[in-house]
Design a protein around this ligand. Sequence first.
Ligand code: 5AD
Ligand code: FES
Length: 350
Amino acid sequence: MNTIVTDVIQKLISGHRLSIEEFKVLIDNNCEELRRELALKADSLRKNIFGNHIYIRGLIEFTNHCKNNCYYCGIRAGNGNIVRYRLSKEDILDCCKQGYSLGFRTFVLQGGEDSYYDDDRMEEIVSAIHSSFPDCAITLSLGERSYDSYLRLYKAGAERYLLREETSNEAHYKKLHPESMSFSNRMECLENLKEIGYQTGCGFMVGSPFQTTENIAQDLAFIQDFKPHMVGIGPYITHADTPFANMQNGTLEDTLLLISILRLINPRLLIPATTSLGTIHPLGREMGIKAGANVVMPNLSPISVRKKYMLYDNKICTGDESAECITCINTRMESIGYKVITDRGDFPFK
Ligand code: 5AD
Ligand code: FES
């Protein structure tokens, strides 16, 4: 590695902060040696705070209806080739019950932007989970909603919210989304979530269509400033029934490098080894953990709906029992020297 790269590495390790130009140096020089060096550092920083503990979140994909038409996403409104479904409050509570008995203490309710789940319905669902499982954390991932809606759901017992910015460059955002979607509203939602008090997660797809090195560097700079509690990144993977069907997938190598950089930006971050990482490589999630991730989100959705929540082609874990899924994750984590922990796994404040 040349001295420019080693200087940037030193600066990131000592100051946990880089300029956009410096991030670009790392991304442009991605190679095995660089990944190994950053992963070693990221892993040791994470061990100082989290030991070898990996947190699990039970993902409940409760609706694949979506009013949006993001060009990359398999459940976009314009995809007429999928069977749509919605889970009832009772279905969702059943998932939580099963998850609870398997050791899950965080439930992530994720869905498309589905107006059926208005504030009344969503509040009822969140309150029901909160009163039935008071020792569990509720995470929502429902896309863009109003400030008042976020506030109501927070008061009902949801404490965490995941909303990926997808890209922090407005011109790039416009290439990934139709006119009807607004970059400034996405950013405002993220600000609102944080202001209300949610543990907030953002993130982006690695290698999404038209993404440049500059765009990725801008995302890292955004994350430095926004200071989220969680960051979810995973490779972009094509879906045959989208306008981006013929685009290229993001790579394992870029995702792993970026996970290590995120850990170095903030040693306390909650970073999932995502399902998309496990989809582009059979050991992708294990490699993600070794690069610095510390969360996995096994699927708790009913088996009957899993294949209908296809954000991208060939998504893994769409056929298993949730019991098998958690056993599989436990074994996978143990095989690389980590241990799945069944507590809520809150962001570690100083
Ligand atoms: N490939 C990878 N990730 C995707 N997502 C949506 N579509 C795809 C795809 N084709 C991600 C988005 C969204 C999250 C729920 O899934 O980043 O925020
Ligand atoms: Fe679902 Fe391994 S995590 S089968």
